[in-house]
Design a protein around this ligand. Sequence first.
Ligand SMILES: [Zn+2]
Length: 154
Amino acid sequence: MRERAKKIAEKITRDSFPLLEGKRVFIIVTWFRFYALSVWIPPCLRFIVISNRTKNFNDDEMTGLIAHELSHQERYLSMGTIKYILFAIRFVFSRKVQAFEEKATDRLTIEKGYGRYIYEISKLSKADPNHKKINPNYLTPEEIKGYAEELGKW
Ligand SMILES: [Zn+2]
């Protein structure tokens, strides 16, 4: 599963995340309540943690999941170290900061051309009882489709 995720991440990075090329992003597969998360430990430890709950995701769904996580990584990189550390502390404590980050990340993922992929993830997430509390932090399937159409990327 890790190998498959790694291959997909390499392809998405090559196609759509030039800023992340040459930066190593480690992929860890483990037990985890949600689908995935992204961490940067400055200066150069970058992790995407993927839950083994996603083991039945098909390639398109895995692409959506990883494109979203790589969008986090690109946002972190663009913030720079100091801003990122301040952000990370606020993120842990504030739902408002969490929602802002997740929605901005969804929008970046759509701008990168992965709207249809995260649309699928969003539908899965909506139906997942484990995600009930975090779902309001993300764009809804309708918002994803609407934004992608607005950009001509649907
Ligand atoms: Zn996220």
